[in-house]
Write a new protein. Structure first.
Ligand SMILES: O=C(O)c1ccccc1NCC(=O)[C@H](O)[C@H](O)COP(=O)(O)O
Length: 241
C-alpha cells in the first residue's frame, strides 16, 4: 500500500509565514520568515511543500515575488495555492517551477477557464474543494460557491486530476480532520484526494493513512507543526509505519 504523502504548509500573509483559524482574515498568528519555515520542513525530510499566498486568496495584494523565491529555493515538490484565477496568475505560479497548483475560486466562478487549463496542463492542476458542510467557499473562503458534489462531478467529467479537500470548520483549529468528509469525497470520485485542515496529532495522521486504500493520497499539515504538537520527522515516521 502506498504511504500517505505529507505536505507541511507555509501560508504567507504580508510577507510572513502565518497560521489562520478557520481561514479567517485577521486571525493570523505569525511564525516569521516563509523561506526559513520552508527550508526547515525540507531539512526535516519533507518531500512536498504546500505553499499558500493568502493575500492573493483574500484579494489584499499578493506575495508573488516571495512565493517565487521560496518555491525556487526548494529541492522538494511544491504545491502552490491562493489566488490563481486567470491566465496571468496561473502563468506566474507555473513559472516558479512548482509541481502543481491548486485552483479554488476559479473552479466556482469561471468553470470554462478551469476546464480549459485542466485540458492544457493535466495533473499540474488540482482543485481545492474548501467546504462548510457540503457548501463550497471561494474568494479566500469568504463566499458561498455551490454544492460540493455537483462541482466534483463536473470537475471529474472535465478530467480534473486531483482534489485538495478542506473542512473550513476544522482548519487551523487542531480539532482533528473530518474523516467522514474525506471518506464521502473519496466515494464520489476515483481521483486522488489530499486532506487538509485540522490535523492535531500523530493519531490523526495514522487515521488519515487508513483512508489511503479509499483514495486519500496526502495530508497537509499546518498548525500542528507550528504549535510543535509533533515534529515533521515524527510525522513522516508515523505514516511510513
Ligand atoms: O489554500 C487557500 O487558498 C486558502 C485560502 C484562504 C484561507 C486559507 C487557505 N489555505 C489554508 C491552508 O491550506 C492550510 O495551510 C491547511 O489547510 C492546513 O491547515 P491546518 O493543518 O489546520 O493548519
Amino acid at each position: 500500500m502506498p504511504k500517505l504523502e505529507l505536505l507541511p504548509a507555509v501560508d504567507v500573509r504580508d510577507g510572513q509565514a502565518v497560521r489562520l483559524v478557520h481561514g479567517e482574515s485577521g486571525s493570523e498568528t505569525s511564525y516569521g520568515s516563509p523561506l526559513e519555515a520552508a527550508l526547515a520542513w525540507q531539512r526535516s525530510g519533507a518531500e512536498w511543500l504546500h505553499l499558500v499566498d493568502l493575500d492573493a486568496a483574500f484579494g489584499t495584494g499578493d506575495n508573488r515575488a516571495l512565493i517565487a523565491e521560496v518555491a525556487g529555493a526548494m529541492d522538494i515538490k511544491v504545491e502552490l495555492s491562493g489566488g490563481i484565477r486567470d491566465d496571468a496568475s496561473l502563468a506566474a505560479a507555473l513559472a516558479t517551477g512548482c509541481r502543481r497548483v491548486n485552483l479554488g475560486t476559479a473552479a466556482l466562478e469561471t468553470p470554462e477557464w478551469v476546464a480549459k487549463v485542466i485540458a492544457e496542463h493535466g495533473d499540474k492542476i488540482a482543485v481545492g474543494l474548501d467546504v462548510r458542510g457540503t457548501t463550497l467557499r471561494g474568494r479566500g473562503w469568504t463566499r458561498d460557491g455551490g454544492d460540493l458534489y455537483e462541482t466534483l462531478a463536473r470537475l471529474d467529467s472535465e478530467g480534473c486530476a486531483r482534489y485538495v479537500v478542506t473542512d473550513i470548520a476544522k482548519d487551523g483549529t487542531l480539532q482533528g480532520p473530518n474523516l467522514a468528509l474525506l471518506r464521502d469525497v473519496c466515494a464520489a470520485t476515483d481521483k486522488p484526494v489530499v486532506a487538509s485542515g485540522g490535523v492535531s496529532s500523530l493519531a490523526d495522521l495514522r487515521a488519515i493513512s487508513l483512508l489511503v486504500p479509499e483514495g486519500v493520497e496526502g495530508a497537509i499539515v499546518g498548525k500542528a507543526l507550528y504549535a510543535e504538537a509533533f515534529t515533521l520527522e515524527e510525522a513522516l515516521k508515523a505514516v511510513a509505519a
